[in-house]
Design a protein around this ligand. Sequence first.
Ligand code: G3P
Length: 183
Amino acid sequence: MRIFLDTADTSIIKKHFATGLIDGITTNPTLIKKSGRDPLEVYQELKDLGISDISMEVVGDADEMIKEGKGLYDTFGDCCTVKVPCTPDGLKVCRELTRDLIKVNVTLVFSPSQAILAAKAGAAYVSPFVGRVEDNSFDGPKLIQEIVNLYREHMVRTEVLAASLRDAHSVAKCYEYGADIVT
Ligand code: G3P
């Protein structure tokens, strides 16, 4: 039951990382923008704190994302998990980076079908958006359960990282349904 924090605010991260209960960080371009800082500076600060798993999202077309992802891995090494959207380009990038043994988090997942494609592309993590699913009147934790069952049935090694969570109740439900990580 790993807990990640979904923020690029290093003062919040420092405070909670000091509890010893935080296993990693997920960021995205919106969170980086909100921090008002250069993403590379934020990642370096997190690496220096000793955070061993930082999702760093890349943007652009497939070639641009591959270039940026490889650059991030070269700079930050094993604490770097490259985060890509679950789009045709994002899945192509996932396949390519995974071949180079770079960990990839496939984000913006709203259905088991997308989770299947992410697993086939070799993702280390798949990030279903529990809160956004709930915003649309569907059962968010149930989506986690469906993906977990599907992965178990087919012995898939991709881990399920429940994202876009809004409350502690959903966190507990996601763990109950087999999420490996919550952010
Ligand atoms: O990790 C995904 C997250 O940043 C999206 O969360 O609250 O904007 O749905 P939210």
